[in-house]
Design a protein around this ligand. Structure first.
Ligand SMILES: Cc1cc2nc3c(=O)[nH]c(=O)nc-3n(C[C@H](O)[C@H](O)[C@H](O)COP(=O)(O)O)c2cc1C
Length: 331
């Protein structure tokens, strides 16, 4: 058992949080992570402002009766703020906001008795999260799957740890980006984090809403096979703020568009019908298969419960060994 400020304050057994992945973290995945002793956070994603998302209230109901949270993409929540109100009626223990200004939502979250967790991509965003009263700040490295930015987890975490120690020592620090096994968790704790957010590893879990074809395509690939690019949202016609980019598997789509940013933004939305068609046809050469660099550490699609338990157990062994023990990864 690894006890940290995160496990103590959130009343969980393992310092492992399941990322609120849009289209992926439904109630079943969140519940499985929480049953294992981690914290499952249902992905409220675009708050219903972009088509095709699972019904959030259904997924929140599925996450019960254990402890669970809910996450939103903040700039999208601004367009549908009532979704937060509805989600809070399900009494989540926390609200995870990322990609935008959390301050307008902070009072409502606090009044509902939920803890606010803010994910940031730049050190400069930490002050805004502190102003919002975040109980925990997640620093997300560029290794992460899906949307993110340019900082790398390894230097970002200790820099944020030093910053928080000076500015707000009571605020928890969580690392995200590239953590997929016990080595990642142990390293993150050594870097100064109180816990980790795991996305890609749980994206390939039995309970995730991820289509099987996507994980079939990804498992066996190395970390070299992902790319971070800005053009995807212009092609899909989704209005993401320009500082964020998107990591997914390389395929024909990324080969065609990764270095044609200006052109993609000039054509903003005009190619969305083509993209939607490729998605309807499940053409994995022409749609994004969303995962991070940790794809190179995936070998299978087991239950989320077993993933969380094995990350925690491996990390505990490594930390007990003080770095002298070597963890043998799966072959
Ligand atoms: C498929 C997928 C979807 C994601 N969707 C969201 C999201 O809707 N909101 C969010 O805050 N983060 C999202 N993320 C990013 C995670 O919050 C987290 O930072 C990331 O998964 C951690 O890195 P890892 O993928 O290497 O574990 C997503 C990540 C993935 C892989």
């Amino acid at each position: 058992m690894i006890s940290t400020r995160l496990t103590e304050r959130f009343g969980i057994q393992h310092p492992i949080i399941c990322a609120p992945m849009a289209y992926v973290t439904g109630g079943a995945l969140a519940a499985s992570v929480s049953r294992a002793g981690g914290l499952g956070i249902v992905g409220g994603g675009y708050a219903g402002t972009v088509g095709g998302e699972p019904d959030l209230e259904t997924e929140l109901t599925r996450a019960k009766p254990g402890k669970f949270g809910v996450g939103f993409i903040t700039w999208a929540l601004e367009r549908a703020p009532k979704m937060l109100t509805k989600a809070l009626q399900h009494s989540p223990s926390c609200v995870f906001l990322s990609f935008g200004d959390p301050r307008p939502f902070a009072a409502e979250v606090r009044d509902a008795g939920a803890a606010l967790i803010c994910q940031v991509q730049f050190l400069s965003q930490i002050d805004i999260a502190l102003e919002a009263g975040a109980a925990a700040i997640v620093v997300q490295g560029s290794e992460a799957g899906g949307h993110g930015a340019t900082r790398s987890t390894f230097p970002f975490v200790p820099e944020a740890a030093d910053y928080l120690k000076r500015r707000s020592p009571g605020t928890l620090l969580i690392a995200a980006g590239g953590v997929a096994d016990g080595r990642g968790l142990a390293a993150a704790l050594m870097l100064g984090a109180d816990g980790v957010v795991v996305g890609t590893r749980l994206w390939a879990s039995a309970e995730a809403l991820t289509p099987k074809a996507h994980t079939d395509k990804a498992i066996g690939k190395t970390g070299d096979s992902t790319i971070r690019m800005k053009t995807l949202d212009a092609l899909r016609g989704v209005p993401w703020p320009r500082e964020y980019s998107f990591r997914c598997l390389k395929n024909k789509l990324t080969d065609e568009w990764s270095d044609r940013e200006a052109e993609a933004f000039r054509a903003f939305g005009k190619l969305s019908a083509k993209y939607a068609q490729a998605r309807a046809q499940n053409d994995l050469d022409m749609v994004a298969v969303v995962c991070g660099e940790a794809v190179g550490l995936l070998r299978d699609r087991p239950s989320a419960e077993s993933i969380v338990n094995s990350i925690a157990a491996q990390a505990a062994i490594l930390l007990r060994g003080g770095g002298t023990l070597k963890f043998t990864p799966q072959s």
